[in-house]
Ligand binder design. Structure first.
Ligand code: PEP
Length: 251
């Protein structure tokens, strides 16, 4: 059975002191989530990872928002996987649409990062999704299918056993424009079908999240879809009250 997962993406928000305070306030939530077989986490900036990890419940997932695929070297401004591991971080968001749009994150780069994460027994949260133009042209499945096929090319069923995929239509991220739950279900199922073609039955164990303007008021509807195993949440994960409501509404 696939456990539900609620992961907050804090993007470039929160000072380390604020992240730490949130992590302390979220301690009882992580325990509550665990009791209900739900995985709960947040992804702070690199600079807040240590403070968040130190202050958080051990049941709280603390994820990085990116990593480099090389272990070390002349890559100014980058952070490697061993550097994350030293702080006990073993989850990393890969290929978020903001990184695809502003930092030239290609499917190939995502693939290399995921290969390095799998080699280190870490968990990538691989983000896929179409732009508004691609959606309006009816190309969602073509775009998302390519992101999955190129991003996961050559991996074995053993490699991907901890993988998480997040379907996030770009036009819905931070816009308040929601994809309907029918769209979320259809594309999350499509993602699973493509993974099944590539990797076999392990596709049924891989969690597929929906992300894009998920709020306390709509989270339950998305998570009631059979192929939506959780949510990647930006704005609504920033305040402890709304983060608490997100969890309470799916218990
Ligand atoms: C995100 O950043 O991945 C996201 C889905 O943001 P929001 O929930 O604010 O749309």
């Amino acid at each position: 059975m696939r456990r539900k997962l609620l992961l907050g993406n804090w993007k470039m928000n929160k000072l380390a002191s604020e992240a730490r305070e949130f992590a302390i306030n979220a301690r009882p939530l992580a325990e509550l989530a665990k009791k209900h077989q739900i995985d709960l986490g947040v992804a702070p900036t690199y600079l807040s990872l240590a403070a968040t990890k130190e202050a958080a419940s051990k049941d709280m997932i603390v994820a990085a928002q990116n990593c480099h695929f090389k272990e070390s070297g002349a890559y100014t401004g980058e952070v490697s996987i061993p550097m994350l591991k030293e702080f006990g971080i073993d989850w990393v968001i890969i290929g978020h649409s903001e990184r695809r749009a502003y930092d030239n994150e290609t499917n190939l780069k995502c693939h290399d990062k995921m290969a390095a994460l799998f080699a280190n027994n870490m968990v990538p949260v691989y983000c896929v999704g179409e732009t508004l133009q691609e959606f309006e042209e009816g190309r969602t499945k073509e775009v998302v299918g390519t992101q999955i096929r190129e991003g996961l090319a050559g991996f074995t069923s053993e490699d991907v056993k901890h993988l998480v995929v997040a379907y996030e239509p770009v036009w819905s991220i931070g816009t308040g424009k929601n994809a309907s739950s029918e769209i979320a279900q259809d594309i999350c199922k499509f993602v699973r079908d493509v993974m099944r073609e590539m990797l076999g039955d392990v596709a049924d164990e891989i969690r597929v999240l929906y992300g894009g303007s998920v709020k306390p008021v709509n989270v339950k509807e998305y998570l009631s879809c059979p192929d939506v195993d959780g949510a990647l949440v930006g704005g609504a994960s920033l305040k402890i009250d709304s983060y608490t409501e997100l969890l309470n509404n799916i218990l």
